[in-house]
Design a binder for this molecule. Structure first.
Ligand code: SF4
Length: 385
């Protein structure tokens, strides 16, 4: 039952079907598509699954420790776990399913990884170096259906959701890379801001967050994790109700509906009023501040009047709302969108500040590589690599 539930939550039907074949059926030559990665299990799911297989909780804790603390890349290296247990784990799971396809390194230490999934789709993951630690930006979907008109990721429609294992594995691949550098570096922060709309892949996202936060594993606390959404207001409310209490960032990018709908199609379903209702729900139900993301697009949303409208929209919430102003990373296919001039950005910032709005201009990472989200992936796909 636990196993069925896990597969239902994490894997597409074809894979569920194939993986649930009995040993006997496999022996008859039925095709096995792939085994899922064990990274998709929360600790509770692992304990329950191992109990079904006749193994004690302490054994599950050992395996968990090997996965996240000792960072084993294969089951047989778990040398204090008995061989029966290793055999059953190997029978049902693999550890790794992602392969590194290519990597770009920027002079500021940012590294963009392009990973190949088991079904050959490519996804991006980015490692960024900050004064406060190392953060990893993860992808949650192959492509994206939200269709934000300035975005490189949105150029390629969604092919499928990632499983929670595939999202966890992005963190683990980066951590393994850091381990190889032998400088004792640990991933300390996670931003769910890569390709895809995370709240459109709700189950995988929430499972992923439970896995990476667990204090016996990676132990990345909720204050070190930020989930960014294009503003699916109903899902934001559902997400707050899970109690996962990570930081939330909403991509607003315009101060009024007329303008927002021009650059974000999702505004038709969730106009700004609905988004602000979900902001209020967040503020009422958590003790956190919320971030509004605002990409500054030259002559589109970067004028003084837009800053004033934004300040008015935030209104009385100003003590608990941060505005994150983002310099635009130009994308070849969206040539009509350009980066605002530095002076314009500073002016916008000043206007907000004078209105008492907490705000900052996001520091850029990886300016000398394909820095825009989805840019490296779409370039590689165009080149047929
Ligand atoms: S900005 Fe985010 S939500 Fe919008 S198309 Fe790009 S990846 Fe999707």
């Amino acid at each position: 039952m636990i196993l069925q539930q896990f597969f239902n939550e994490n894997y597409n039907k074809k894979i569920i079907h194939d993986i649930l074949l009995t040993k006997k059926e496999r022996g008859k030559g039925k095709k096995i598509t792939m085994k899922p990665s064990i990274y998709g299990l929360t600790l509770d799911q692992l304990i329950a699954w191992m109990a079904e297989k006749g193994h004690k909780k302490s054994r599950a804790l050992q395996v968990w420790d090997w996965l996240y603390r000792k960072r084993a890349m294969d089951f047989p290296v778990m040398d204090d776990v008995n061989s029966d247990c290793i055999e059953v784990l190997q029978d049902y799971f693999v550890i790794q399913t992602l392969q590194e396809h290519c990597r770009q390194e920027a002079t500021d230490g940012t590294i963009k990884f392009l990973f190949k999934l088991a079904d050959n789709h490519l996804i991006e993951t980015v490692l960024m170096k900050h004064k406060f630690g190392l953060s990893v930006c993860v992808t949650t979907q192959v492509g994206c259906n939200m269709g934000c008109s300035f975005c490189a990721s949105g150029l390629l429609m969604k092919e499928r959701d990632l499983s929670s294992a595939e999202i966890v594995e992005q963190i683990m691949k980066v951590q393994h890379y850091l381990d190889e550098r032998q400088q004792g570096e640990l991933v300390s922060h996670i931003v769910v801001m890569g390709i895809g709309e995370p709240l459109d892949n709700f189950e995988s996202l929430t499972n992923f967050l439970r896995i990476v936060q667990h204090h016996k594993g990676l132990a990345i606390g909720p204050r070190h994790i930020t989930v960014s959404t294009s503003g699916l207001a109903d899902k934001i409310v559902e997400f707050i109700d899970t109690g996962l209490s990570v930081n939330l960032a909403i991509s607003l990018h315009a101060p009024n509906n007329e303008q927002r709908v021009q650059i974000m199609k999702i505004n038709r379903a969730f106009p700004i009023e609905k988004i602000m209702q979900s902001v209020d729900y967040y503020l009422e139900n958590t003790n956190r501040k919320i971030t509004l993301e605002y990409i500054l697009l030259k002559n589109i949303n970067d004028q003084r009047e837009h800053a004033l409208q934004l300040a008015e929209l935030i209104g009385d919430r100003r003590q608990r709302v941060n505005v994150n102003l983002i310099p635009y990373n130009p994308v070849e296919e969206h040539a009509h969108f350009q980066r605002s001039a530095k002076e314009t950005m500073l002016l916008f910032y000043d206007v907000l500040k004078k209105q008492g709005i907490r705000c900052g201009i996001r520091l850029e990472h990886g300016g000398d590589i394909d820095a825009a989200c989805g840019q490296l992936r779409s370039k590689q796909l165009k080149q047929g690599k």
